[in-house]
Design a binder for this molecule. Structure first.
Ligand code: 5RP
Length: 220
């Protein structure tokens, strides 16, 4: 059966509904896969007190389905966070930030007991890095951070005409073969001016749900 990438994303989003708690506050990520998840959440929304959102875009969509959006400071630890990814390896280390929401995503993932990652099957890779690694930087540090990233072997490209929800910039680092995600995450985080690197190594996903033409494939 042939299936589009978008249909596979929707399958993964649907399977994530089984991981939701009976009530309370849930964490909701950002991106086209999560947009499917928010659509599918609409009929269930009465069950939850609300959601913590990882971006202004998801906040808007959550409000549109009538879900209350709650500040993370008022929510405490979350049972479940559902979000997409740009790449995952078999250890559930991720590259995220294709949509530029990586900082808030990393905060919410860190504040959640279970991170359910939803994606189509093409996102599972042997080695992270084919997808350009997003790095959020303070605007005045852009050129300096770019030079430092070049020293690490990457080719940073400024995502022009894009400002994050936090008022910062994104460098997309090409040509990396990320053999040791946790080490590289630490290394890039130490460059002054870096807000967040899009490697989720210290806080990987707990469950990876991949949409495939044969149905959802669940890795735990
Ligand atoms: C946004 C993200 C997204 O999860 C990632 O880009 C995947 O997006 P999509 O579901 O559209 O493929 O990290 O910052």
């Amino acid at each position: 059966m042939s299936m589009t990438q978008d249909e596979m994303k929707r399958l993964a989003a649907k399977a994530a509904l089984d991981y939701l708690p009976d009530g309370g506050v849930i964490g909701v990520g950002t991106g086209s896969t999560v947009n499917h998840f928010i659509d599918l959440l609409a009929p269930l929304k009465g069950r939850f007190e609300g959601a913590v959102s990882s971006s202004e875009a998801s906040t808007e969509r959550l409000k549109a389905i009538g879900m209350q959006v709650i500040d993370l400071n008022a929510a405490g630890e979350l049972e479940v966070y559902v979000d997409g990814a740009d790449e995952s390896n078999k250890h559930f280390h991720l590259i995220k930030g294709g949509g530029g929401a990586l900082t808030r995503e990393k905060i919410i993932a860190g504040a959640s007991k279970k991170f359910v990652c939803i994606a189509d099957e093409t996102k599972l890779v042997d080695v992270l890095g084919k997808f350009p690694l997003p790095v959020e930087v303070i605007p005045m540090a852009r050129s300096f951070v770019a030079r430092e990233l070049t020293k690490l072997g990457g080719t940073p490209v400024w995502r022009e005409n894009f400002v994050t929800d936090n008022g910062n910039l994104i460098l997309d680092v090409q040509n990396l073969e990320i053999m040791e995600p946790v080490k590289l995450e630490d290394r890039i985080n130490q460059i002054p001016g870096v807000v967040t690197v899009g490697i989720f190594g210290h806080r990987p996903a707990d469950v990876l749900i991949l949409g495939t033409p044969n149905g959802p494939r669940i890795l735990e």
